[in-house]
Write a protein that binds this ligand. Structure first.
Ligand code: 4AD
Ligand code: MG
Length: 441
């Protein structure tokens, strides 16, 4: 392909191809699939931003035809051609090819392992580094990126400062049963963080309104469609904030993220076959029910739950089915919640906590509440929970020096994106999922 041809054919992305109808352009990508029909070739190219159908005839372009014919799937190519409107093609246009440069030809003897047919999920997970090339997986990852972008903007615009929490920690935050122990330098013990909360409580006392957003780890022995051992959490924390403030913040954050995806990633939602009309309804206010109410809802629906029980996936699904929007359940029994929770002065058996449960049975996306701000009560709680006080000395300092009411929550990124995408399993919404029995690739 001559330099001249490159100059007169600007490089474009498939995402923006429709803006170039009638023009000669260059697309740099990979051969996704190809139908050969005698003297005509109908390749489908992908470039990371989308897929586009091409047409090439032997008679008109013998050199390009020879280069493309028989080219194995996923060979990398630079394509020159004219964009033409084609209402039946995905994206509304196709490329009439005049030149092909093959960058790397996949060996005929060692074809691309993922064919365009149904594969088992274990096979696909082993091939995750290649699986992400398919339009469906690429769409999910783009939606994830949009969720992150919009979530951070929302927090930043509200005046929350990003203060990153550490990943190596000296102690548990969310119970000792799901801790990953790490052999730290010189045989010191450390743990992978389960939540950045304790650290954002410290930065909130320093900066007022803060959040952390990073990977968190749980040695979950559960093999459900909702659990990862490594997942990302956005955790806001604010000094002088109460339970109700955090419920409102969570509602604003979730609706903003959903509407940003609906607006900016409509194409990707369509690729996934996700009904955007359901997502358009996700605007504040969200329904709020107390834990007491939730037990009643469950019992009415024939579930055997009784006061004091924690909710599992089945219960969450039953409750969420009653609402079109995420539902907030607040004031859980204190006995089943973490050591740091504040209790309701009106009913001390209740924690000032809340969960947000996604609609359509996608489970808990947010957990949070108001923190225990009294030094004496917190020490007592640490003892009741059999937690090592030495490791929490620094945390107790936050109650020794200018303790204030404060509250926050954790939004599970992958749970949220799973719901937005309507995917069956959480493993598809993170580039490289870490689960029980899976740390490869
Ligand atoms: O409810 P959790 O355990 O709350 C906390 O960790 C608090 N310390 C957060 C805070 O107040 N700053 O976890 C918060 C959210 C859950 O609602 C869920 O969305 C997600 O994190 N989550 C998981 N996501 C994927 N896989 C897992 N194993 C998860 N465990 C929790
Ligand atoms: Mg929770």
């Amino acid at each position: 392909m001559s330099e001249q041809a490159h100059e007169s054919a600007p490089i474009i992305t498939i995402e923006h191809a429709a803006e170039h109808v009638g023009r000669l352009v260059t697309i740099r990508g990979w051969l996704y699939n190809m139908r050969e029909s005698g003297k005509l070739l109908f390749p489908i190219f992908r470039d990371g931003t989308g897929v586009m159908q091409g047409v090439l005839s032997l008679k008109e372009q013998p050199d390009a035809f020879a280069a493309l014919k028989g080219l194995p799937q996923e060979s990398s190519v630079i394509v020159i051609g004219k964009i033409q409107a084609e209402p039946r093609a995905p994206g509304g246009c196709e490329i009439h090819i005049s030149g092909i440069e093959v960058i790397q030809r996949v060996a005929d003897s060692n074809p691309y392992p993922i064919q365009l047919k149904e594969h088992g999920v274990d096979f696909l997970l082993d091939q995750r580094h290649l699986w992400i090339r398919t339009p469906r997986q690429a769409s999910i990852l783009r939606i994830r990126a949009e969720a992150i972008r919009s979530a951070r903007n929302y927090m930043d615009d509200l005046g929350y400062t990003l203060t990153d929490a550490p990943i190596f920690t000296p102690a548990a935050c969310e119970g000792t049963t799901t801790l990953f122990e790490v052999n730290y330098i010189d045989d010191q013990k450390a743990y992978l963080t389960q939540s950045g909360q304790l650290y954002v409580e410290a930065t909130a006392a320093a900066l007022g309104k803060v959040y952390t957003f990073g990977p968190t780890f749980r040695a979950e022995k559960s093999k459900t469609r909702r659990h990862l051992t490594e997942f990302w959490m956005l955790e806001p924390e604010a000094a002088y904030a109460h339970l109700e403030d955090m419920i409102e913040l969570g509602e604003g954050l979730v609706s903003t993220v959903v509407q940003a995806v609906v607006k900016n990633r409509a194409r990707e939602l369509a690729t996934l076959g996700r009904d955007a009309a359901k997502l358009e309804k996700i605007v504040p206010p969200f329904p709020r029910i107390t834990y007491d109410d939730a037990i009643q809802v469950l019992q009415k629906a024939g579930n055997p739950a009784k006061w004091g029980d924690d909710f599992g996936g089945d219960e969450e699904t039953l409750i969420s089915k009653q609402f079109e929007k995420p539902v907030i359940i607040h004031r859980y029994p204190a006995g089943m919640k973490a050591f740091y929770m504040a209790t309701d002065p009106a009913r001390p058996e209740l924690a000032l906590s809340f969960d947000m449960i996604a609609p359509e049975g996608f489970g808990e996306i947010i957990g949070g509440g108001e923190r225990q701000s009294s030094y004496e009560t917190l020490v007592q709680r640490l003892r009741e929970h059999n937690l090592p006080e030495e490791a929490f000395e620094w945390y107790l300092d936050l109650r020794r020096y200018g303790s204030v009411p404060h509250a926050g929550f954790g939004l599970g990124l992958e749970r949220t994106v799973t719901w937005i995408c309507g995917t069956e399993h959480i493993r598809e919404v993170i580039p490289f999922p870490r689960m029980l029995y899976r740390v490869y690739p």
